[in-house]
Design a protein around this ligand. Sequence first.
Ligand code: GTP
Ligand code: MG
Length: 459
Amino acid sequence: MFDLTDTISAISTPPGEGGIGIVRVSGPASISIAKKIFTTPKGESLNGVESHKLIHGYIKDPDTRKNIDEVLLAVMHSPKSFTGEDVVEISCHGGSLPLNKILSLTIKSGARLAEPGEFTKRAFLNGRLNLLQAEAVIDIIKSKSDTALESAMNQLQGGLAKQIASIRNKLIDILAEIETDIDFPEEDIEFKNKLEFKKGLESVLTEIGQLVDSYRYGKIYREGVSVVIAGRPNVGKSSLMNALLNEERAIVTSIPGTTRDTIEEGLNINGLTIKIVDTAGIRESEGFVEQEGIKRTQKAIEGAGLIIFLLDGSEGLREKDKDLIKEIKQKNKPVIIAINKIDVGNKNSSEWTGGEFLKISALKNIGLDELRNKIFDIIYNGHCKTPEGIFITRERHRERLSKAHDSLSKAVNAINQNLSSEFIAADLRLSLESLGEITGETYSEDVLNRIFQEFCIGK
Ligand SMILES: Nc1nc2c(ncn2[C@@H]2O[C@H](COP(=O)(O)OP(=O)(O)OP(=O)(O)O)[C@@H](O)[C@H]2O)c(=O)[nH]1
Ligand SMILES: [Mg+2]
């Protein structure tokens, strides 16, 4: 299905100028290619090379015999390399000209240009990484927060893979026993055995269910949750965003309707990364529907993990506020209701009943620590990890786990309905297959292509 007999090459450092740049070559011909284009200062070519050692020398064009750049070259012998193949890494001066010239020389000498993610794909195909680890590599490269990096590192180190392997082993054991029963049908599964199987399967079901649920948590780690500030015009939404960010990011004026579009910024709250979103105020005359600005506000609210609904304490509670609160509560998302401008008083405070209100002043910095703590509590505690602290971070994993869960539920039903062992075994095999697709025990070309498309060239 995949050709691993050719040798690939790419620039592995980002474009632009830098201190050093790296050209990476992987595959059976990589050492012979290096021998063609590398010389030591004494003019010797590369001979018996030690693995994992830097060698100083020059890259020369074999045709013109001219030196292109002064470099450090490292050879990593198969299988102890990232891809599991013979790998040569050439560290040259980090400019696009030397890098591209060296890349072309490797190609002229027999390599072909690598596709995005092809080095990591080869690492997977050669058994150096499982699929979860390959995905963790992308996540590490793309991580934007400490928490995202930490979770990707955990995945690279194999926590989730181990748990899935252990679940699979339990299922394989049960399947083996059921298959014995299929082979010797005259000794129909004893009732006691059936109960045992059922108990075993149900405990695995719980374990898979917890992993599926942990996605709500993992998603936050990977992407950061979106916290949307909503409310009528002029209540101080943009002021609150600026106060939380500690910078004048959004325009604030005393004229209602200042913010016309949603504005997003990354924000760190007690170590947790969130995306804070300021929105256009929802006007008295409009529902959630009309006008572009309002549409965007609505879209932001749909995508929110948490909504801060802001009220203006200097004005008192209006009918419109009550309607909006009702409407927002119907979204079934966590909501913090905060009364702003508390520095100029709290009008008609007797009306502010029927809910917990946080009193703040975006202008005078009152109650903001409390608001931060509340945001943190809702996001951090409102989501679950598994008992082992492992969580899944990708939709792909959630989807496969749900599928495994479904098949397993069917197997339990089959036991309940006293169906023949073949049915139970078939459902178990389906479940095992879905689990195997997560780590890459079984995979399709499509899935691999989709995963590795996310990578850049050279990784
Ligand atoms: N006294 C007082 N004034 C505030 C406070 N927060 C905001 N304001 C004022 O209220 C007015 C509106 O503030 P904005 O932050 O622009 O309000 P907004 O909700 O973003 O308004 P739109 O973008 O029009 O929907 C400005 O004059 C702010 O200075 C506060 O805590 N206390
Ligand atoms: Mg605004």
